[in-house]
Design a protein around this ligand. Structure first.
Ligand SMILES: Cc1ncc(COP(=O)(O)O)c(C=O)c1O
Length: 361
C-alpha cells in the first residue's frame, strides 16, 4: 500500500538519546528542558521572535482566539481543515465564510469587505498547502476596520514572505506539528506572535492561567506539550532540510510525469522557501476525480480529498462560496512523503493517465 502520507521517523537511537535524558531527569512535562530547547531551535530555524510549543494545532487556534478576546463574527475561509472552523465555534464565535482565490485557494481579499458587519471581530485565514495568504491586503483591510488577524499556518512551516517568516504576519499565527505534517512532534503545535504582551497572555493560557501555584492570571487551558513530544521534534528538525529537498524533487517529478493529464495545480510560483507540504491536483470534473480515486485505491494507492466538503457546507453554517465549492469537489491530494520512490510516483502517474484515456476500468 502506498499511503497518501507517511510520518518521517528519525533514527531510533537519536530519539532514544533524548528519552534516556528524560529518564535521568524524571521530568516528563510542564515546561521541561526539552520543550525549552525545541522552542529555541524552532525560533532559530524559522527566524521568529516568539513562539510557544503547544499540544496541537487546534488548541493553538483556540488559544489565539481566546488571547485576542474575540467575540461575535470571525471572517474565515471555507477551504481548510475542519479545525479552522471548529476552533471558532468552540470559542463561541460565529464563522462567516468568504470565498477563496481561484489560483491559490486562499481567502479572496476582494470579497472580505462585503462580509464585514458591526459584529466582526477578526479574520482567520489559512495558508492552505503552505501557500501564503494575501497578507498585506488582509492587513490593510484589518487596519481599516480595526479587526484582528489570525493565520492558521498548519501547512506553512518554514515559508517566507518578503524575507520574513510567514508566522510573523497577523496578530497571531499558528502551526500544527502533527505526525502527518512536514515538521512534526507526533502531536504538537506552535503559537507565534510578535507582541510580547500577547505572548505573555498565551503563556498563561497554555498553563491553566497559573501564575505560580496559588495565583491565576485569567482562565486558561491545558495546552502544554510533553518532553516526549519535544524529543521527537528535536530528533526530526535536523532532517528537515533533507526532507524538503526530497519533496522538491518529488514535486517536480510529479509535475513532469503528469504533463499529459488534464488537471491544474495551485499557483505556487515565486513562493519564498516553499515547503512542498502537499501535492494537490485539480480535476476538470468530479466524476474524473472519483474514478481516479477508485482506480488508485484498487491498485493500493491512497489519495485524499483534502479538503472536502468545503467548511461552508457544515451543518450549522451557511454561505455561498462558489469557487471553494468547485475546488473542493475536484481536488485530490496525491501521496507525498520523504520515502516515496520515483517508481511509485511513475506508477501513480500512469494510473491517472490510463483513467483519463479510459484504458482501465
Ligand atoms: C489547516 C489545518 N488547521 C488546523 C489543523 C489542526 O492541527 P492539529 O491536528 O495539530 O490539531 C490542521 C491539521 O490537520 C490543518 O490541516
Amino acid at each position: 500500500m502506498i499511503p497518501v502520507t507517511k510520518p518521517f521517523l528519525p533514527p531510533k537511537t537519536e530519539y532514544q538519546r533524548y528519552i534516556d535524558g528524560i529518564w535521568e531527569r524524571n521530568w516528563l512535562t510542564n515546561n521541561g528542558p526539552l520543550v525549552n530547547e525545541l522552542e529555541l531551535q524552532l525560533k532559530e530555524y524559522l527566524g521568529v521572535n516568539h513562539l510557544l510549543f503547544v499540544v496541537n494545532g487546534t488548541i493553538a487556534l483556540q488559544m489565539a482566539i481566546k488571547a485576542l478576546d474575540l467575540k461575535g463574527e470571525i471572517i474565515t475561509t471555507p477551504f481548510s481543515y475542519v479545525a479552522t472552523t471548529s476552533s471558532i465555534v468552540w470559542e463561541g464565535c460565529k464563522p462567516v465564510f468568504v470565498d477563496i482565490l481561484e489560483d491559490k485557494f486562499t481567502l479572496d481579499p476582494s470579497k472580505i469587505e462585503a462580509a464585514i458587519t458591526p459584529n466582526t471581530s477578526a479574520i482567520l485565514a489559512t495558508h492552505v498547502y503552505g501557500i501564503p495568504c494575501e497578507v498585506e491586503e488582509i492587513q490593510r483591510i484589518a487596519d481599516k476596520y480595526k479587526l484582528k488577524v489570525i493565520y492558521d499556518g498548519a501547512h506553512a512551516f518554514g515559508v517566507k514572505v518578503k524575507g520574513k517568516s510567514l508566522f510573523e504576519y497577523g496578530d497571531i499565527s499558528t502551526c500544527s506539528f502533527h505526525a502527518t505534517k512536514l515538521f512534526h512532534s507526533i502531536e504538537g503545535g506552535g503559537v507565534f506572535t510578535k507582541d510580547p504582551e500577547l505572548l505573555k497572555r498565551l503563556a498563561y493560557l497554555r498553563n491553566f492561567g497559573h501564575d505560580g501555584f496559588e495565583k491565576f492570571n485569567g482562565i486558561g487551558i491545558n495546552g502544554k506539550n510533553s518532553e516526549f513530544h519535544a524529543a521527537m521534534g528535536l530528533s526530526v528538525l535536523p532532517y528537515l532540510k533533507e526532507i524538503i529537498q526530497k519533496r522538491t524533487e518529488q514535486f517536480e517529478y510529479y509535475r513532469q510525469m503528469l504533463k499529459g493529464l488534464k488537471v491544474s495545480f495551485p499557483n505556487t510560483l515565486g513562493i519564498e522557501n516553499y515547503n512542498y507540504s502537499y501535492f494537490p491536483i485539480l480535476f476538470q470534473a468530479e466524476a474524473q476525480l472519483l474514478k481516479s480515486m477508485e482506480i488508485l485505491e484498487n491498485h493500493g494507492v491512497g489519495s485524499r480529498r483534502y479538503f472536502y466538503p468545503g467548511l461552508n457546507n457544515l451543518d450549522y453554517t451557511s454561505g455561498d462560496c462558489l469557487v471553494s465549492d468547485l475546488v473542493s469537489s475536484r481536488i485530490l491530494c496525491l501521496p507525498l512523503y520523504h520515502s516515496l520512490s520515483k517508481e511509485e510516483q511513475k506508477m501513480i502517474a500512469r494510473l491517472l493517465l490510463r483513467v483519463q484515456n479510459n484504458s482501465i476500468i
